[in-house]
Ligand binder design. Structure first.
Ligand code: ADP
Ligand code: MG
Length: 252
């Protein structure tokens, strides 16, 4: 079963068409990398799937549940509020700039949503948060505040925060772009470990070697379109389109 199915998705901001007829799917356990120049619509795509933006038309299905569909009259409509909420809990999004709550310590950043949204038992969610922090190599930082951590540590906390809600599919929007080069590796390592555990992930990234290494499928976006999509060997190989090869030259 596809964990994510997107068909003919379109989105404009005013007269600016940002997503044009986007179609792709993600299977369970698959890792999909999205690459492409700045302004091509990558963040908007993730934001539409994660319900931070409203799409104009198309179809979005998450784990078999329709989020956005065409109704019998051919009109594009969103699911009802309860369904949207259920779907939102199945998707997690990790941002470029971490987006941690600055006034909450690390532990509280992770337990806030499980306790307040899922009504999880406080001590149980603390236990789970500590296990996630351990997994991220941050078990001694539970009482620290985000401003006391390095960018790499903050990003690992935000990954733990996303995982605390047990998402079926995890999205990353340029998770290392705000980090100094020497901190990038620690985040890529965590993502690689999640991939090895079978986590379904969609990752917008400019780390081409990483995308080639970890992704099952790579999507190249430009000007709101998916220009090319395929296995890493195809996109990063000699048979990729001239446009993709030209884009990739920048990273060599
Ligand atoms: P990418 O993540 O690939 O850099 P974005 O999805 O952030 O691209 O942006 C795609 C285009 O949409 C850009 O031209 C950007 O300026 C525009 N855009 C993004 N968000 C908004 C918004 N909230 N309002 C108006 N224009 C936006
Ligand atoms: Mg972006």
């Amino acid at each position: 079963m596809a964990m994510l199915d997107v068909k003919n998705l379109s989105k404009s901001f005013g007269s600016l068409e940002v997503l044009k007829d986007i179609s792709f799917d993600v299977e369970k356990g698959e890792v999909v990398a999205i690459i492409g120049p700045s302004g091509s619509g990558k963040s908007t795509l993730l934001r539409c799937i994660n319900q931070l933006e409203r799409a104009d038309s198309g179809v979005i299905n998450v784990c078999g549940t329709d989020m956005l569909v065409k109704n019998a009259k051919g009109k594009t409509v969103y699911a009802d509020a309860k369904t949207l909420r259920d779907i939102r809990l199945k998707t997690g999004l990790v941002f470029q700039n971490f987006n941690l709550f600055p006034h909450m310590n690390v532990l509280r950043n992770i337990t806030e949503a499980p306790v307040c949204v899922l009504r999880e038992d406080k001590s149980k969610s603390r236990e789970r948060a500590m296990a996630l922090l351990k997994k991220m190599g941050l078990e001694s930082k539970d009482k620290s505040y985000p401003c006391e951590l390095s960018g790499g540590q903050q990003q690992r906390v935000s990954i733990a925060r996303a995982l605390a809600l047990n998402p079926e599919i995890l999205f990353f929007d340029e998770p290392t772009s705000a980090l100094d080069p020497e901190l990038t590796g620690e985040i890529l390592k965590v993502i690689k470990e999640l991939a090895a555990e079978g986590m379904t992930m969609v990752i917008v990234t400019h780390e081409m070697a990483f995308a080639r290494d970890v992704a099952d499928k790579v999507i190249f976006m430009e000007n709101g379109y998916i220009v090319e999509m395929g296995a890493p060997d195809q996109l990063f190989g000699e048979n990729a389109s001239d446009r993709v090869q030209q884009f990739l030259k920048r990273f060599n």
